[in-house]
Design a protein around this ligand. Structure first.
Ligand code: FAD
Length: 262
């Protein structure tokens, strides 16, 4: 089974600054890590490869330093990976990001399944996977907790939908968004690090896309405009109440009611 896994490099800290003019995260020089939810998708891909054979290839879209995410996936067990990177892709919203990824993914040739994480820990929209599927005309399932079997070009998957566990079949090729905490992702292997350090990672730019119209990418291809983005204000104000229990209970009740919490 040939599997493509979408992985994203995200800030490794919650202490990220936002450019006050453009409203874009300042990612330069910020410690980065692989999006935690993508680790579950990767582990699911390795499990499928162990069962059915085939290849696991990873795809990331981001600045050149996103290569580190691809290298990490290779150290974990991916056969290869590609970085989709071009200044023309900068400032992409979800629509432009998913379109760019769809273009990059379809340039990879034949595949059976695209796996995505449930969501990222920075953008956090959980929309990229389903939008990629729409761009590529593929069926997709979200919140997948396990892939039970493959038979006659169809996968039986279990997913969590509105608090219910649903088992359904989906024909391949398809896209699956893997839920969080559904397996225990493996660590990068020291042996693979030694084996693949210095491995050449392929980069894809606009010139390699089937659609080379700049208007479909980056800021130009993004209908969403960020008006303002800011970290939530910290509210450290405290109030101490020192009364007898019935008075305290009444005070608490009144406060919760005034805040419409009751
Ligand atoms: C107007 C606007 C401008 C923006 N400008 C920028 C900018 O300049 N620079 C910037 O970095 N971000 C920018 N963003 C944020 C960017 O659009 C999102 O980070 C991106 O769309 C991914 O969405 P998400 O993080 O919510 O992914 P989700 O939908 O939460 O991710 C779900 C899954 O999709 C896959 N996935 C998501 N993103 C990627 C990726 N890049 N590569 C591979 N797989 C992926 C992963 O498997 C992930 O688990 C901008 C957003 C807006 C609205």
């Amino acid at each position: 089974m040939d599997i493509l896994v979408c992985i994203k490099q995200v800030p490794g800290t919650s202490n990220v600054e936002v450019d006050p003019v453009t409203g874009v995260l300042k990612r330069d020089g910020v410690e980065s890590k692989l999006n935690p939810y993508d680790l579950y998708a990767l582990e699911q891909a390795f499990a499928l490869k162990e069962l059915y054979g085939g290849m696991v290839r990873t795809v990331t879209m981001g600045p050149p330093q996103a290569k580190a995410a691809v290298m990490e996936s290779v150290y974990m067990g991916a056969d290869s990976g590609v970085v989709i990177s071009d200044r023309k892709f900068a400032g992409a919203d979800v629509l432009a990001t998913s379109y760019t990824l769809a273009q990059g993914l379809q340039s990879r040739g034949r595949f059976d399944v695209i796996l995505c994480g449930k969501q990222t820990t920075d953008g956090d929209t959980a929309q990229v996977g389903p939008e990629i599927a729409e761009h590529l005309g593929l069926p997709h399932v979200t919140n997948v907790t396990s892939i039970l079997k493959e038979k006659d070009g169809r996968l039986t998957v279990r997913c969590m939908q509105d608090g219910l566990i649903v088992t359904q079949t989906v024909r391949t090729p398809c896209l699956l968004c893997v839920d969080g905490a559904v397996n225990t992702p493996r660590l990068p292997s020291y042996r693979r690090k030694k084996q693949f350090v210095g491995q050449t990672i392929e980069f894809l730019s606009l010139a390699e896309m089937q659609d080379r119209d700049e208007q479909h990418y980056g800021l130009s291809g993004s209908p969403t405009q960020v008006v303002r983005i800011f970290p939530p204000e910290k509210n450290d104000t405290k109030e101490m109440w020192k009364d007898k229990e019935p008075v305290l209970a009444q005070k608490l009740f009144d406060l919760l009611k005034s805040r419409k919490a009751l």
